[in-house]
Design a protein around this ligand. Structure first.
Ligand SMILES: NC(=O)c1ccc[n+]([C@@H]2O[C@H](COP(=O)([O-])OP(=O)(O)OC[C@H]3O[C@@H](n4cnc5c(N)ncnc54)[C@H](O)[C@@H]3O)[C@@H](O)[C@H]2O)c1
Length: 247
């Protein structure tokens, strides 16, 4: 129970990787703020955790909205008096070849994946700086480091998150706040379930470990980065990708 007494807010945590992160940090002893644009699903996930004895609230919020991001952080603090951990996990894809990509698909992916992380981090950082402690983890992607055809918007948002991580890490380092990123490879979730079976098989072949990852694989890396053991780790990008990108 390394996180006893800590409060963790995870965006996009109604399902998928975010939910697994919430479950893992709860198992490690943290109080949890489930947050998602899907209000009902967020409440259902929070209820699941509550039934296991976790202190948890659900907050419906669209991370791409500045007002929502501020309200989200304020609600977390009003409930639990402090905020120790923020995981910027909310993300979307709107795939398509660049030459045909609409401006709207570009904007919506950048607004949720990159601007959303900025808005939530900005709201939380003010508080963490006063606390002189905090842990921020941004969920990037291997695609932000390698690129991927059909995902210029997504790749740009996830590469942008790495820049945001490093710049924020430098700004917050003397305040006891660490900022790191995780770059998952291909993880079995609703996002990858949308891919045709043949494409998923081809993908697995390219992964040295010959399998997609699990949400729990990602959650374990988050658990390390938010723990005391990682207090001298900041501005880093940890790949959780079965060896797909070695750098
Ligand atoms: N699945 C993968 O293979 C994979 C690989 C690398 C990175 N990632 C990243 O991991 C994160 C989680 O992905 P996932 O596979 O669990 O996807 P998912 O679609 O299952 O979950 C994403 C969650 O974010 C929520 N969300 C979407 N827009 C939001 C908004 N504007 N405000 C608040 N919440 C919003 C969704 O409602 C959903 O609950 C994403 O950032 C994704 O880019 C996923």
């Amino acid at each position: 129970m390394t996180l006893t007494g800590k409060t963790a807010l995870i965006t996009g945590s109604a399902r998928g990787i975010g939910k697994a992160i919430a479950e893992r940090l709860a198992a490690d002893g943290a109080k949890i703020v489930i947050s998602d644009i899907m209000a009902d699903a967020a409440e259902t996930t929070a209820e699941e955790l509550r039934s296991r004895g976790v202190e948890v609230i659900a907050v419906a919020a669209n991370v791409a909205s500045r007002d929502d991001a501020i309200r989200l952080v304020e609600t977390a603090v009003a409930k639990f008096s402090r905020l120790d951990i923020v995981v910027n996990n909310a993300g979307i894809t709107r795939d398509g070849l660049m030459v045909r990509m609409s401006e709207q698909d570009w904007d919506s992916v950048i607004n949720v994946n990159l601007k959303g992380a900025f808005l939530v981090t900005q709201a939380a950082a003010k508080l963490m700086m006063k606390q002189r402690s905090g842990r921020i983890v941004n969920i990037s992607s291997v695609v932000g480091r390698m690129g991927n055809a059909g995902q210029t918007n997504y790749a740009a948002s996830k590469a942008g998150l790495i820049g945001l991580t490093r710049a924020a890490a430098k700004e917050l380092a003397t305040r006891g706040v660490t900022v790191n990123a995780i770059a998952p490879g291909f993880i079995q979730t609703a996002m990858t379930d949308q891919m045709p079976e043949a494409a998923r098989e081809r993908l697995s072949e390219a992964i040295p470990m010959k399998r997609l990852g699990t949400s729990e694989d990602v959650a374990a890396a988050v658990a390390f980065l938010v723990s005391e053991d990682a207090s001298y780790v900041t501005g880093q990008v940890i790949g959780v990708d079965g060896g797909l990108l070695m750098s």
